[in-house]
Design a protein around this ligand. Structure first.
Ligand code: SIN
Length: 506
């Protein structure tokens, strides 16, 4: 058994920033991959939204965040998010992050869909997440109070007398080990892997949500899954992202007949909210068309230097975006739902805090504004660390373990995983209806009955899949990223966030 003051599960932007801010407490960070890899942060292209321009303000940023959120954002949380954004950027600069600057040395602020101002801070054109993860990993690796445990999967929360006292971890050898701490912070990222088409890394298996759900935590907004409109459709899994910033710089969407269809869909055309663009592309695909992103005229040769990540992904797939359109399709990108937290990142379970995509704070409502995810992770990591500093309880209670995983060796789960991911994209994806959701839930329950006691990602993905599908069935309206073909209009009766717990199935 290992002991520390604070255990951080997850090593993306949220987990690593929380760890740095918790020092000089003794912190252990559990990473599912090697430190500095495997986190969605590494692949984030867009950047960090912050009102830093002279024509901008936190209020304007907040207004855009609320508008994107479809009426479900929390006023107080959005105010904190937008107010604290510039300070969080300054801290990253102090840690040594290199953000893009103009010839006068000023930060370059990019434009993205549904932002009224240029306010996206970037690095390396479209390699912002990589720069941030590199910076944080470097700081964590050399920190005297932080221990790193790599390539381990957290399997279950360790709960005694209703308090979270750590986690049970699966080591690469297949054995389990207990990591105990006075405070546990979950920052395990998103759930993208539950979908057949996703921009998330394979490690995004909803581990934090599944562990907390099994331990009885309250979850929120589970039905809201954001699909990015433009993932590169070249047969790769995960799909490489084609950043929205290309559309911000004028790239257009065309179908294989050469028609620019977004002008007929929304007054903001390609810069319409993400869910609108994603569904418009999906509608083209359902009608038998393919869709390409055309950056030739708007960006041209500059794509190679201004968007090197996108350029490299295209060239690897044999597409030259300077002279060809990029084939794109919508892919699961971000989960607005997660473990319900308050404004300090406290969950409903004692001694359990959550930050980043794993949490549902109300910052994003029914749909997240572009480039608010890295921001929320930074803001919440900071608040969680501050709260943990002030809150560590001294007392320990006698041991009574109430979450005891019954583990067996993993059988071949590949087919079940394949089934689940297809099912989720088809029935619980961009468009949903009662019939499809009900049959998805029935199938998930069948799979769960077979695989519930096996260790590995499938066990967590089945929990997450059921929670998303059940919440989607419950919300009989369309709002933000949640679109019901059988209830296509927003309904005031549902103009509130959803909260749930995992239903125990016999
Ligand atoms: C993008 O670059 O389009 C993604 C940014 C984000 O998800 O906020």
């Amino acid at each position: 058994m290992e002991r520390s003051d604070v255990l951080v599960v997850g090593a993306g932007i949220a987990g690593l920033m929380a760890a740095l801010k918790l020092a000089p407490m003794r912190v252990t960070v559990l990473c599912k991959a090697r430190l500095g890899t495997g986190a969605a942060t590494d692949w984030a292209q867009g950047g960090i939204a912050a009102a830093m321009g002279s024509d901008d303000s936190p209020l304007l940023h907040a207004q855009d965040t609320h508008r994107a959120g479809g009426g479900l954002t929390d006023d107080a949380i959005v105010e904190i998010l937008t107010r604290d954004a510039p300070a969080r950027i300054e801290e990253l600069l102090e840690l040594g992050a290199h953000f893009d600057r103009d010839d006068a040395g000023e930060l370059i602020l990019g434009r993205e869909a549904a932002h009224a101002r240029r306010r996206i801070v970037k690095a390396g054109g479209d390699a912002t997440g990589h720069e941030i993860l590199k910076t944080l990993a470097r700081a964590v690796r050399t920190h005297p109070h932080i221990s790193i445990v790599e390539e381990v999967s957290a399997e279950d929360l360790w709960v005694e007398n209703g308090r979270v006292l750590g986690v049970v971890v699966r080591l690469p050898s297949g054995k389990t080990r207990e990591f105990r701490a006075d405070a546990t912070i979950l920052a395990t990222g998103g759930i993208g892997r539950v979908y057949r088409f996703t921009t998330n890394p394979p490690q995004a298996t909803g581990d934090g949500i599944a562990m907390a759900a099994r331990a009885g935590a309250v979850l929120a907004d589970m039905e809201f899954v954001q699909f990015h409109p433009t993932a590169l459709a070249v047969g790769r899994d995960p799909m490489p992202l084609v950043t929205e910033a290309l559309r911000g710089e004028g790239a257009t969407l065309v179908n294989d007949l050469g028609e620019r269809f977004m002008c007929d869909v929304h007054p903001d055309a390609e810069l319409a909210p993400r869910d609108v663009v994603a569904r418009a592309i999906f509608a083209q695909m359902r009608a038998g068309r393919t869709v390409g992103l055309d950056a030739r005229k708007a960006i041209g040769e500059a794509i190679a230097t201004h968007f090197p990540t996108v350029f490299a992904s295209c060239m690897e797939a044999g597409i030259d975006p300077r002279v060809q359109t990029m084939p794109v399709a919508p892919a699961a990108h971000y989960h607005m739902g997660g473990i319900a937290v308050d404004e300090w990142g406290r969950s409903s379970l004692l001694r359990l805090w959550v930050c980043g995509e794993t949490s549902a704070s109300g910052a994003h409502g029914a749909n997240r504004l572009a480039s608010n995810s890295l921001l929320e992770a930074l803001v919440y990591a900071t608040r969680v660390a501050a709260d943990v500093h002030g809150a560590l309880p001294p007392a320990r209670d006698p041991a009574r373990r109430i979450v005891a995983p019954a583990l067996s060796a993993p059988p071949d789960q590949i087919q079940a995983l394949h089934d689940l991911r297809h099912l989720m994209y088809a029935n619980v994806g961009l468009e949903r209806d009662a019939e499809g959701l009900q049959s998805a839930i029935a199938r998930i329950e069948q799979l769960d009955a077979v695989h519930r006691n096996e260790y590995g990602d499938l066990r967590n993905l089945l929990v997450v899949a059921r929670l998303v599908a059940e919440a989607a069935l419950e919300r009989r309206e369309s709002r933000g990223s949640h679109y019901r073909t059988d209830h296509p209009i927003a309904d005031d009766a549902y103009a509130k966030r959803s909260f749930t717990r995992l239903r125990v199935v016999a």
